[in-house]
Ligand binder design. Sequence first.
Ligand code: M6R
Length: 605
Amino acid sequence: MCGIIGYTGNEPAKDIIINGLKTLEYRGYDSAGVAVLDPKTGIVLKKKTGKVAELEAAVAGDSTDATCGIGHTRWATHGGVTEANAHPHNQGSVTLCHNGIIENYKELTTEYGLKNILKSETDTEVVAALLDQFYEGNPYKTIRKVVDLLAGSFALCIMFDDQPGKIFAIRNVSPMVAASFDGGSIIASDLTALISFSKKYFVVPEYHILTLSEDGIEVQDLKGRKVEPEILEVNWDISSAQKGGYPHYMLKEINEQPEALERTVAPRIQDGLPFLADDGIDDEMLKNVKNIVIVACGTAMYAGMVGKSLIESKLRIPVLVDIASEFRYKDPIIDEDTLTIVVSQSGETIDTLEALRLAKKKGSKVLSVVNVKGSTIARESDYVLYTHAGPEIAVASTKAYTVQISAMYILAARLGLVKGIITEDQAREFMTKLSGVGEVMKKTIAASDDIRRIANHIKTAPDVFYIGRGIDYTLSLEASLKLKEISYIHSEAYAAGELKHGTIALISEQVPVIAIATEEQVYSKVISNVREVKSRGAYVILISQEGKTESEEVCDKQIYIPKIDSIFGVFATAVIIQLIAYYTSDAKGLDVDKPRNLAKSVTVE
Ligand code: M6R
């Protein structure tokens, strides 16, 4: 939610900030702004509603050689999408941008008499006004004083008029990473904006004040003591965060899945067996697990549901999957025998983070499956199983989903092995099959023409139903989410056998039904359900394994996944449902990578 960036150094800041905002745009894209601190003329501030391209066009003619500035791309929370509400915000001698939510901004407005000076409806401007009110020439003292008053989450980049060439930053919860390099110092919400300047970076520690200058970055704790942050090195390069010839990030990321799987799985196999010692996940802890709770949001939660199917069916260990925003308010039944697995691509989703904190408080061990190195969720977990998807830029999650599933499969295999539920031979066979799914995905991706044709058929539908049983039902949930979020077609996922208990009333000739039937043991049952909708006029698309061909009486179109054990078939099915959503959105001429009202990481409750 919102992307922020600050740069100071020896290069013109405006261009660096605009380019950085383009890479951060997937975090929020309803308005954008840039402010540079020109030593001769002071602050030059420009904001625009709409995408970063509109801001870029608006500042194109501005000639400023200022080398210090901040920028912001917004996902509105407090206050509508207007230029006044866009960041950066300026109050007196202070200009700042913010990612997060200041929960007590109304109380602060009243207590400090700010009502008449605020020009926007945002929580952020209150922070700017307070900093300006308290500022007497000492940025540290002022920031400490104001931060002490704030409740909520924040990542702040601040410029003071009388501190040329300097950017001050501080954060709580909301992410920020920083780097210094030959050309100056840079700070941003995530690595994509930093990577073209430096592969070495650090995660900004919470409640520390950073001073960025041309010469480097100084970090102080709130008592004024200097701190040396741990320097990390990123293991992907700028090309990973670019489209690389694809028309959209989403299509690129769908295509990247076989490699992402390989990067995630291969290092966790030793002598053919699942191996998690290098990740610090010890067998003793796994041996003691009696039940598992998987907590996450959206696609990550649906990945958790696939993990549950596998663990319960193969290991007979009870697994509960919960939506993080529900889990955190329901006094969940967990204890020291519970392993809580939190799943998150970004590692910053606030509900998932709070669920993690609650699970720890209740004595549960927490293992996170996270894609972004050094993210808050990773840092606060007892154990981390990193997925290696590389940066996922499209708002619709694709490669992160399949690597999350693969990580849970590896974990399940190790768990089964150390608990003596499966033998070494079984574990070996399982890992061999898991290693092979990349090839299956490649074949499925290569056969995408049929899917494009199907997308053309469903693009005008008012509703689309996905149905399936067992693991295919969990895939249906993800398929439906994917279609809704980028094609804006209403869609529902139903357990195939449940449809006749009411929902079948919605089936008509205008409503396509996509049935996922890749599981042998329930195949004939799903086909019976397909017949029920077909006889009520539905246009039926059947996703099944090769060799399971049905007549026109049953379905109108078929898409096949290669013949494979259905537990591993999920990876190929995932590709199909992602491509259906992708091609439908594209055929409708929509902004596939940046669907309306959404943002990539959800750092608000
Ligand atoms: O970063 P996270 O995995 O924690 O994000 C969770 C959800 O917001 C995310 O999976 C969302 O549902 C997807 N972008 C949908 O495609």
